[in-house]
Write a protein that binds this ligand. Structure first.
Ligand code: ATP
Length: 248
């Protein structure tokens, strides 16, 4: 669909994102609660100045290190992610390489298949999720259903826009979980191994840039970077950034 938002509108990009979510909402790919989640993200992005703050660039570097160290890295996709950043996910997955898997809270077979199809339209070769042949432990919602060769057997999962329950379940299962969440106070943010407090469409290309930069590095150096990461301290730094920012 061609956007009707004028190119010179001061909030062009943000309005185009809303338009895209609404469009996929009408098709049933984005759930209506996804629109609420997006609004909460926008509010936090305002507080951050709608840019990648230096501490989050560091978080993106550590998320890249985890992905590079992984044996079976998976990028988990929900409706909002497929609507807003399909190409960014595909590019990162191809570079690593990592698997792509659709996993949604409001799961119907039809919706998962439509999301897989949407990713294929954007250029993805393989997207897991339609065949749910495994179940995550510690979780009772439909999100427990996943792919055996994907999220179930993964050691590192990148979950853009996650809910707290599943992050907790994945961590309890022994996986390293990197999340992208603009809300530094969410349960997701507090539970993840690495939380990237940045907007999805900025965070994914930044992680990709770090992967490109660090790809040839010694594994021991990458391990050193992840072992030095303190997620709690980082979240404190983000909160301090918001509280002490000059809003004039
Ligand atoms: P939790 O269970 O972790 O406390 P929650 O119930 O708020 O979180 P969701 O409703 O799934 O979880 O919300 C997803 C989160 O995604 C929101 O907190 C919001 O800040 C964040 N978010 C939404 N859109 C974006 C975006 N484009 N980029 C980054 N983060 C986003």
């Amino acid at each position: 669909m061609k956007s009707k938002i004028p190119k010179d509108h001061p909030r062009h990009d943000s309005l185009v994102r809303r338009e895209r979510l609404a469009e996929l909402g009408k098709k049933g790919l984005v759930h209506e609660t996804g629109l609420i989640a997006h609004g909460r993200g926008e509010a936090f992005d305002y507080l951050l100045g709608e840019k990648t703050i230096p501490a989050s660039d560091h978080a993106e570097k550590v998320a890249a290190c985890y992905l590079l160290l992984a044996k079976n890295p998976v990028i988990s996709l929900n409706g909002n992610v497929v609507a807003l950043a399909p190409k960014e996910c595909i590019e990162l997955a191809e570079l690593l390489p990592a698997k792509l898997e659709v996993n949604v809270f409001h799961r119907t077979q039809k919706r998962v298949e439509a999301l897989v199809e949407e990713m294929k339209k954007a250029g993805a070769k393989e997207v897991l999720g339609a065949k749910a042949d495994a179940k995550l432990s510690y979780i009772s919602s439909e999100r427990a259903k996943c792919s055996k060769e994907g999220i179930y057997s993964s050691d590192v999962v990148l979950v853009p826009l996650e809910d707290g329950d599943r992050t907790e379940a994945l961590v309890k299962m022994g996986k390293r979980v990197s999340v992208i969440d603009l809300n530094p106070l969410s349960r997701t943010a507090r539970t993840a191994t690495v939380t990237v407090v940045d907007e999805l469409t900025r965070a994914l290309p930044n992680i990709k840039r770090w992967v490109e930069k660090l790809k040839g590095d010694d594994r021991e150096d990458l391990k050193g970077m992840v072992s030095g990461w303190d997620n709690k301290r980082y979240l404190k730094e983000v909160r301090k950034y918001i509280l002490t920012r000059n809003f004039e």
